[in-house]
Design a protein around this ligand. Structure first.
Ligand SMILES: Cc1cc2nc3c(=O)[nH]c(=O)nc-3n(C[C@H](O)[C@H](O)[C@H](O)COP(=O)(O)OP(=O)(O)OC[C@H]3O[C@@H](n4cnc5c(N)ncnc54)[C@H](O)[C@@H]3O)c2cc1C
Length: 441
């Protein structure tokens, strides 16, 4: 029999800030840096002890959607902070060989160098960073977020802010304000626990192409030798010799994906993901040349979550927009990646024509009803198919940068509502800060 408790508590306000960014994934870092570079006082709060989110805490480690391939050449479609990060990684010899199996190259990047650079960017921009805090509630006043509550080991406290940006990937803060979650497909994409393998002979391993890997996985499943939960995953050679990123498994309970919103599901996912990792290790050691002496050298802090809540914004990006490779006069992020939809039994790919890309309009980051809230990154306003294309790291960085600019603009204009922001003006500022929009509208 479930019981409920009601409590009235006094919660201390520990900080006051102009812009509060919750979630320190790639989106959150870019949001915080952009807002600070626009002259605002910014606090960024992250529940783990590092920034980078899926890229670092879940070992994703490969940038997709940063380039398009046009006339056989890789051309960047991002720019701005995404380019600042990419260039730094290149200068530090921390970008691996590009991998070509899609309409845009996959770019392996070194995690520790990325984490350190995200720290540096935040410090240089003057952002106050608070790790090991989880947003647990909001205090609303009319249609505005007055404060966000956080939980740490010492208890609960509040941060008051003029504007808040939800970069939690899961849409935690936005959903606490009561704005709607999109439900066009209530079954989210299936998650995977990504891990890193060491001791790989790159010379031999680099000969294996993606279709051959898929064929091998199917063969061992059909013969009954290994009960692999998925046969279309990837092995990506990382920038450091001998290290490979393995994105191979799929986590489900029965026929449903685990939910990032449920700690029992997530606990199961961590354990199940590690079980799968050792099964895949046995498979690669036995069947793939170059992996004979391989071992698991890194487990992620957490299972990689592809999709949680998609929040409803002033515009919902759709599959039709993707198919038309649509551009918008308030477009603030470019994505050259296909629809990559992870379902229970298959992985759906829908490609754009070579050299094409889709834009994400600023309105996808703006709620209708809460005046001082923006959301960006993995929790943007998009239907599931469009989301499956624009959730890549570089696209999230641009969304974060745009949200940071938007939040800074709001903080400077007391009383203005997020939905009244001029997205085309944000696009203009993005361009002045170095963003590319190669095919202008
Ligand atoms: C298995 C997998 C493979 C992928 N492969 C690729 C790929 O090859 N290339 C590519 O470009 N993209 C890939 N992606 C997509 C990409 O990694 C993500 O969509 C993108 O990184 C999302 O960034 P984000 O900052 O919006 O969210 P996240 O990376 O999810 O970051 C959110 C951050 O918020 C923090 N947070 C969450 N809730 C709270 C809270 N309540 N309080 C405080 N902090 C909170 C989290 O700890 C996290 O650091 C993959 C994703 C997965 C899961």
């Amino acid at each position: 029999m479930p019981i409920t408790y009601k409590q009235v508590r006094e919660i201390p306000v520990r900080y006051n800030t102009e812009v509060l960014v919750v979630g320190g994934g790639l989106t959150g870092v870019c949001a915080a840096v952009a807002a600070a570079e626009m002259g605002e006082e910014v606090i960024l709060v992250e529940r783990n002890g590092r920034c980078g989110g899926n890229f670092t805490s879940s070992l994703v480690s490969t940038f997709c959607a940063y380039h398009v391939i046009e006339d056989g050449e890789d051309k960047p479609v991002s720019g701005g902070l995404a380019e600042r990060i990419f260039t730094h990684l290149q200068n530090k010899d921390s970008v691996g060989q590009f991998i070509y199996h899609s309409s845009a190259p996959v770019v392996p990047v070194d995690g520790p160098v990325l984490i350190r650079f995200l720290d540096e960017m935040l410090m240089n921009a003057g952002v106050k960073v608070l790790f090991h805090q989880t947003a647990s509630d909001v205090v609303m006043e009319n249609n505005r977020v007055k404060a966000v509550l956080f939980t740490e080991k010492g208890g609960e406290y509040a941060i008051q802010c003029k504007t808040v940006i939800d970069c939690t990937g899961d849409g935690d803060v936005a959903s606490m304000t009561g704005i709607p979650v999109l439900t066009d497909n209530p079954v989210t994409q299936f998650p995977s626990l990504v891990f890193h393998i060491g001791g790989v002979d790159f010379e031999k391993a680099s000969k294996l192409k993606k279709p051959d890997l898929e064929k091998l996985q199917k063969q061992v499943v059909e013969s009954g030798e290994f009960d692999l939960p998925r046969t279309d995953g990837t092995l990506s050679l990382m920038p450091r010799q001998g290290i490979v990123q393995a994105n191979l498994g799929l986590i489900k309970i029965g026929s449903r994906p685990i939910s990032a919103l449920n700690s029992e599901d997530m606990s199961y996912g961590q354990i199940e993901g590690r079980r799968q990792a050792f099964m895949y290790l046995d498979f690669v050691r036995k069947h793939i040349p170059g992996y004979e002496n391989a071992f698991i050298c890194k487990f992620p802090i957490t299972v990689g979550i592809r999709e949680t809540r998609r929040m409803r914004g002033s515009y919902i990006l759709t599959k039709d927009d993707f198919l038309a490779a649509r551009k918008f006069n308030d477009g603030i992020a470019c994505s050259s990646w296909p629809i990559e939809l992870h379902r229970e039994k298959d992985l759906v790919w829908v490609h754009l024509p070579p050299g094409e890309y889709l834009e994400v309009p600023f309105r996808c980051l703006v709620p209708e009803d809460v005046e001082n809230l923006l959301f960006a990154g993995r929790c943007l306003s998009a239907d599931q198919n469009a989301h499956a294309a624009v959730r890549c790291g570089p696209t999230c960085m641009s969304m974060g940068e745009a949200a940071g600019i938007g939040a800074a603009t709001l903080s400077k204009n007391a009383g203005k509502a997020a939905k009244d922001l001029d997205g085309s003006a944000i696009r203009k500022i993005m361009r002045e800060r170095g963003a590319h929009f190669p095919k202008d509208v």
